[in-house]
Write a protein that binds this ligand. Sequence first.
Ligand SMILES: [Cu+2]
Length: 454
Amino acid sequence: MVTDPKRFIRISKALLPALLLLSTAGCTMTGDDVGEATKTGDGTLVSASGAGLAATDATRALAAAGYSDPYLGVEPTGELHEFEFWVDEEFVHEPYEGMQLWGFAFTTDPDEPGTVPGPEIRVTQGDTVRVTLHDRAGLFPGHTIHWHGVDVPWKSDGVPFVTQDVTPKDQDGTYTYEFVARQAGTYWYHCVMEFPAHIDAGMFGMLIVEPQDVEEDLPFDREETLVFHEMDSQLLLAAGWAANGNMDPDTRHLSSNPFDAAEGLQRQARIAADVAGSVTGDATGVYGTSEGPRDYFPMWSARYRPEYDTFMIDGKSYPDTEPVVIKEGETLRLRMLNAGILHKSIHLHGHHMLVTHIDGYPLDHPHWEDTLNLAPGERKDVYIQGTNAGMWSLHDHSGSSGMGPAVTNDYAFPGGMETMLVYEGFDPEGAIPPPEGNVTAGDLAVYSPRYVDR
Ligand SMILES: [Cu+2]
């Protein structure tokens, strides 16, 4: 069966005492009848594994009022989706032309390079997901996968040193995660090792769980996903250089501001010291003389002090971001994820966005926004209606002290977390043509020809 979140009517606190009296009946249930009981909100409770749960009076009263997870009663479909994941530790990241960085990326084929974001996992609510991570950790301390927002069995939660070993040499270099995807909606997965360094380097992807009954969702014509995340290019250049010997911070780095050079050199020296310590396993090098070695595991985690200067949507920075396409008259569902650790403020020009889901769950009352907060780790689904043909900027409006504004590449506007909502078949006559010859930051402010060509 499928629970219907829309039927979950929240009952006011005033009714709680009455419900408390009504809900004192026996509370232990079998797995067969808990689903229906949850749906009707009669005070029974289902555990994350789908089994009935003996709950306290307080817990049952809250459940009776509708405050229990409507998805936990969803029964498994019996459908199994198996995936094999590897980590590409020599991933060459090219967020925009002229900027190549070293990174980590997931791949489902050990002979193919990884991708950022990683492979999208899309299953139906109630399906079983089984992912085997092949951790070929060589220089680096290993990886895990956390299923962000999904209520998985605890041994599948991917928290290093808590739910699993991290350098699983004693497990044939693999670790298997398995769970029933009971929660419908927009979720994601990411490595937790040395958080957030491995995520910044590219270790994340979308996990989308379709409802068993599509009628549960508001209708839409077209769907897109957008993942926002940021990097410290200097740190990754220096780390790649130290680890692989093939990333030269001087030649790979496209600096648009010569006055940054002195600061850049200082940062490289600082990073090189941190990374050299990490790669050689020399804890003294990692932690320096002021802190001294620490006495809990692992001693060899690198210092990570990012100064973000590279801002990406789906692993690309403007003008290399992919446009979002819509057709006049249709409704687009946009699933947005903030995989980075900076707050985002997503602004769409020319339209308002109907916010329908937060963290996978449908809102009781969807609402309209034009500037949408997206906290680190958060997902928001919005519906956009094609009511205003043209080319419209869709970008992060934020920036914070010490970091670049999000619409810059290496601190120069325009770039970063910027893309365009483009109408299919729209005649771009009147769009400003790209300049000839040398492209300055100001010149780049015009729309890229790649958008006009579509
Ligand atoms: Cu990792």
